[in-house]
Design a protein around this ligand. Structure first.
Ligand SMILES: C[S@@+](CC[C@H](N)C(=O)[O-])C[C@H]1O[C@@H](n2cnc3c(N)ncnc32)[C@H](O)[C@@H]1O
Length: 343
């Protein structure tokens, strides 16, 4: 099978089922993100967001509807084999053949983590029914190892939206609003996934240096995002013309080129959350508390300040202050002396 290696990443021109069986060892991929053909003959969805068809590479290979269930079972079985224990897999699917993919997943040992809805900005034109504008993303894991989930890779736990909601929670809700991308003047595959969508999955579910697989490379967007984030990539594309066009593009990319575009989450605030307090920690907390109070800060201001300084949550600081001064509360209010000033 023809292959090219670029940036420690090998890409194969051929069928992913026989290709994976012959080329990819058991338990060797840390993460799989893949978008199989939809099995919809005459699918024209791409026309809505690739306004200039001239740049769409011809050669996209479809799977006949009648073969879709068996085809899904075969490639998903291979994906399970090559994923390492604890590895994650994200499968992007429309609703038409979703049932076949869900049935195929149920016949493996892969375990569901989330069923994500990806809502995009516009859908297929309709007059006599609702406008379809979502995909399903099936997020599963291979049991038997520790799964990577980089909780604060995008937003720190303490970061709040303008309305006071947790940014971290909002980013981890299972409905994702991510627009399709227009790529005017660039060669592309028929249905390319947006970079923002891929970046999100890669950030949460892998670390730099990890190996990310895509069984259906298409426009190589998973591979481009993975290498751009300093991961390695591998995968398959059956169509010769699509493969050749995209390999030429891949030869121009620089590993890590996307890293400077990522926001830096504010995670210092809680880096010591949950760590046991030693007696020295408590003594220095008391000293610092008294100093800040003596400088005129209110109790609430001091707790917020100490939370940031010590990388702890507010609740943890409040509990520790109670430990420093077990007589706080009712007794302290009655005038009992304590190690803390201004209770
Ligand atoms: C939905 S597209 C993938 C799009 C890709 N995720 C992107 O963002 O550009 C599916 C791709 O799978 C390819 N394909 C179809 N059957 C295949 C097979 N058996 N093995 C490998 N690739 C296949 C198609 O030619 C098509 O390019």
């Amino acid at each position: 099978m023809k292959s090219v290696t670029i940036c420690n990443s090998t890409f194969y021109n051929g069928d992913c089922i026989s290709g994976a069986a012959g080329q990819i060892p058991d338990n060797s991929l840390d993460l799989i993100i893949t978008d199989p053909p939809y099995g919809i003959n005459g699918d024209n969805l791409h026309r809505h967001y690739n306004r200039n068809e001239e740049f769409v590479v011809d050669g996209y290979v479809e799977i006949p509807r009648a073969e879709y269930a068996g085809f899904s079972r075969q490639w998903i079985r291979q994906a399970e084999r090559v994923l390492r224990p604890g590895g994650s897999i994200y499968i992007v699917s429309g609703y038409t053949n979703l049932v076949d993919i869900l049935n195929a997943l149920r016949q493996t040992g892969l375990r569901e983590i989330n069923h994500i809805i990806w809502k995009y900005n516009f859908g297929v034109f309709t007059r006599r029914k609702y406008v379809s504008s979502h995909y399903h993303i099936l997020f599963y894991e291979k049991p038997g190892g520790r799964r990577i989930f980089n909780l604060e890779s995008r937003f720190g736990l303490g970061e709040k939206t303008g309305e006071g909601r947790s940014c971290n929670n909002a980013d981890r809700e299972d409905v994702w609003f991510i627009n399709r991308e227009y790529k005017p003047g660039r060669i592309k595959n028929k249905n390319e996934l947006p970079l923002r969508l891929l970046t999100k999955m890669i950030q949460y579910s892998s670390n730099e240096g990890d190996m990310v697989g895509d069984f259906f490379l298409g426009g190589f967007s998973t591979a481009r995002a993975a290498i751009g984030l300093n991961r390695r990539a591998t995968g398959f594309e059956l169509s010769g013309p699509v493969y050749d066009a995209m390999i030429r593009e891949m030869e121009t990319i620089t590993p890590g080129y996307l890293l400077p575009t990522l926001r830096s989450p504010a995670i210092n605030q809680t880096k010591n959350r949950g760590r046991t307090w030693t007696s020295e920690d408590l003594a220095s907390l008391t000293r610092r508390y008294n100093t800040l109070r003596a400088q005129g800060a209110t109790r609430q201001q001091v707790i917020a300040e100490l939370g940031e300084e010590l990388g702890r949550g507010r609740w943890g600081i409040t509990k520790a202050l109670k430990k420093c001064d077990p007589g706080s509360g009712k007794k302290a209010r009655k005038g009992r002396s304590s190690g803390l000033s201004g209770q």
